[in-house]
Ligand binder design. Structure first.
Ligand code: NDP
Ligand code: DA3
Length: 327
């Protein structure tokens, strides 16, 4: 069958991860990379397909089956998501959790009007962890659900600090509270606040002349990203950032601790251990691109989330193969 034609919109860590993931999925082909930066400035990244200016998307609606939106959630996707969903089937990883309902609505209207399918908030959290939180609640109604991340580099939070005026570069690590994890694993089922579960550590390179106190205040007080956490900000040189902080490991787990009867405790756990957060996230996005292409062919238009997508649509295998091999 004809390969699914993929475009990448936004060429950062995630965009490059999608490029790598497509090489592992022979039923898909990369037709172009679209960036707000001048194409020639990206040559050093050795792109696997031609690079175009973002505006060139205007005349590509006919040869892209699914457009992968790899921009940042803090300020790129809120503008790019609704605009591009009007003209393309899209997949994105929008992860400002508190704003997902409004983002869903903002994408749904143009996608429906354009007869397109827009999968928002794919990835691992939101994404695979969302699915496992939903499973846990449905399968064990009497119980409690906990999500822990890290220690690892959050791409969403790193993107968010890079957007703060005065920040030249930066990364953010998420650290889970071992005490909180131990209490959950002991079966205690404690009430834990956002602040009880994780702390956040930022390493920031300042732009020349930027005020460190202003930058720190803008980060630690940032709603939806840092305001609800104990956050530290350390200012380092660009050399130190490149030397000590160029890996992007992450991971975590969702645990549902419940009872089917008072006497019988049951535990469900889903865990990720990622050497590369962006490459894994991109691999999830690419599997969902296959599902979005199929959903659009089935006439399912508008915005959808991973909770709306039947798992079989993610697989390159036919339903008959899945029944024979995986049931
Ligand atoms: N749901 C989930 O589980 C996950 C979600 N995410 C989401 O993915 C988003 C993107 O993450 P990530 O790819 O790491 O973000 P990046 O900062 O690497 O890229 C974001 C955008 O910034 C631009 N950009 C990238 N590098 C540069 C540069 N050197 N100079 C100028 N602009 C640049 C690119 O746009 P352009 O090419 O147009 O210039 C790119 O699309 C995150 O904000 C996060 O929300 C990430 C991981 C997991
Ligand atoms: N969306 C996250 C994926 C996970 C990691 C995370 C965190 O460290 O706060 N929350 O969700 C990311 O951008 O890496």
């Amino acid at each position: 069958s004809t390969p699914i034609r993929i475009g990448i919109a936004g060429y950062g860590n995630l965009g490059r991860g999608v490029e790598a993931a497509l090489a592992k999925n022979p039923d898909m082909t990369l037709v172009g990379i679209f960036s707000r930066r001048p194409p020639e400035s990206l040559a050093a990244l050795d792109p696997a397909a031609p690079v175009f200016a973002m505006d060139a998307l205007g005349e590509r609606t006919g040869d892209i089956d699914v457009l992968m939106l790899c921009g940042g959630s803090k300020s790129d996707l809120p503008e790019q998501g609704p605009a591009l969903a009007a003209r393309f089937n899209t997949v994105d990883s929008f992860d400002t959790h508190a704003r997902i309902p409004e983002y869903f609505d903002a994408v749904d209207a143009p996608a429906r009007a354009g007869g397109k399918t827009a999968l928002i908030s794919a990835g691992w959290d939101p994404g695979m962890f969302s699915i496992n939180r939903a499973y846990g609640e449905a399968l064990l109604p009497d119980g409690a659900t906990y999500t822990f991340w890290g220690r690892g580099l959050s791409q969403g939070h790193s993107d968010a600090i890079r957007r703060v005026p005065g920040v030249a570069a930066g990364v953010q690590y998420t650290i889970p509270s071992q005490e909180a994890i131990d209490r959950v694993r002991s079966g205690e089922r404690p009430e834990l606040s956002t602040r009880d579960k994780h702390t956040r550590e930022c390493f920031v390179v300042l732009e020349p002349g930027a005020d460190a106190d202003e930058v720190r205040a803008a980060i630690v007080g940032m709603p939806n990203y840092f305001a609800d956490y104990d956050t530290t900000v350390e200012f380092i040189s660009d050399e130190a950032l490149r030397r000590d902080h160029d890996a992007m490991p992450h991971g975590g787990f969702v645990i549902r601790s419940g009872n089917t009867t008072d006497a019988q405790a049951q535990v469900i756990e889903y865990r990720l251990a990622l050497e590369s957060n962006p490459e894994f996230t991109a691999s999830v996005l690419v599997a969902y691109a296959r599902a979005v292409h199929r959903l659009n062919q089935q006439g399912r238009t508008g915005a959808v989330t991973v909770l709306d997508v039947p798992p079989g649509l993610l697989s390159p295998k036919t339903p008959a193969q899945l029944r024979a091999e995986l049931l």
